[in-house]
Ligand binder design. Structure first.
Ligand SMILES: [Zn+2]
Length: 316
């Protein structure tokens, strides 16, 4: 059994639960953290929320779980970040950490002497992720985004790590499951370094309801049972998530006004108009069409859009 565990500036002995602020080196990023060292032996799991500050159901679920779970409940060690990007949360901004203007989920595994985002990712990897047996990154649609509940599991890394991640994803009550080929996200990098993990999405558009928070907590507790961290039987979802094998992530090629032409989860045929970007005089800057038949999995719903922003994802 691990005598004690150390994360950031906290050291917890078996049977201890500590709460306070931790930091990511000299980046200026400080975040609320809960460290629970269980009375019984088990895995070390990180539950990270709020890398993006506007994804409320995930952040509130993490805050509640950090308050409720005790060393008596836990086998192993559970570390909860709730949320990482406090400045983004308080400023109500999408995607970025206001201190640097960077998306903190894009620079993994980071660099020791790079930008704030790169240094934060480097410390997060070495001082947190690499000490864990499983990494759970909870998100949702950001303030201007609309999406159904889904889970990403890593597609790049050791086959055993990918399979452990995929099996964990199967216990979640989500509509879609996507095998990701990205490499610079926190959970992608974690998998490449040998720690299985997931990114879960639930909620969007700056909203948070009691039902969404409860659904999130239910899924996380079920996942912790699957990881043998909590007692009790794993509840397999009645309706398995639909596996998305091919997804197209479309980005705006112009800044301006965005007019989607489809609904979320609409089935679209190849060639279907997905949306239009216009300038402030009503002139069309670009029309976006589907390249293949699929389901709309994600859409930006704000009128405002910037060049390079994700605007629509569809997949099959
Ligand atoms: Zn996010």
């Amino acid at each position: 059994m691990k005598e004690k565990i150390n994360f950031g500036n906290m050291t917890a002995y078996p049977g201890e639960k500590l709460q306070g602020y931790s930091s990511l080196g000299d980046t200026g990023i400080e975040f609320p953290m809960t460290l629970i060292n269980g009375k019984r032996e088990g895995k070390t799991v990180i539950l990270s929320s709020g890398l993006h500050g506007g994804e409320y159901p995930s952040i509130e679920a993490a805050i509640q779980l950090a308050g409720e779970l005790t060393p008596e409940d836990i086998k192993g060690q559970l570390v909860i970040f709730h949320p990482v990007n406090v400045a983004g949360f308080l400023d109500r901004v999408s995607y970025i950490y206001p201190g640097s203007g960077e998306n903190l989920n894009r620079f993994y595994p980071g660099k020791p002497d790079g930008t704030v985002g790169e240094r934060a990712a480097y410390i997060f990897t070495g001082e947190y992720q690499n000490k864990a047996d499983f990494f759970i990154d909870i998100h949702g649609g950001d303030l201007h985004e609309y999406l159904p509940p889904y889970v990403y599991y890593p597609g790049i890394g050791d086959e055993e790590v990918i399979e452990k991640s995929r099996r964990a994803a199967c216990v979640l009550n989500v509509s879609y499951m996507v095998k990701s080929s990205a490499v610079t996200g926190a959970y992608n990098s974690s998998a490449i370094n040998g720690t299985p993990g997931l990114l879960i999405e639930r909620g969007s558009r700056g909203l948070w309801t009691k039902e969404e928070v409860e659904a999130y907590k239910f899924d996380i507790k079920n996942l912790l049972r699957h990881l043998e961290m909590l007692d009790g039987k794993v509840i397999i979802p009645e309706k398995p998530a639909k596996l998305i094998k091919r997804a197209e992530y479309l980005e705006a090629r112009h800044s301006g006004c965005w007019y989607p032409a489809v609904m979320l989860e609409e089935e679209v045929k190849k060639g279907r108009l997905l949306g239009v970007i216009k300038d402030f005089f009503g002139n069309i800057l670009e029309e976006i069409h589907a390249d293949f038949d699929g389901i709309v999995l994600f859409m930006t719903v704000s009128l405002a859009v910037r060049e390079g922003d994700p605007i629509i994802t569809y997949g099959v």
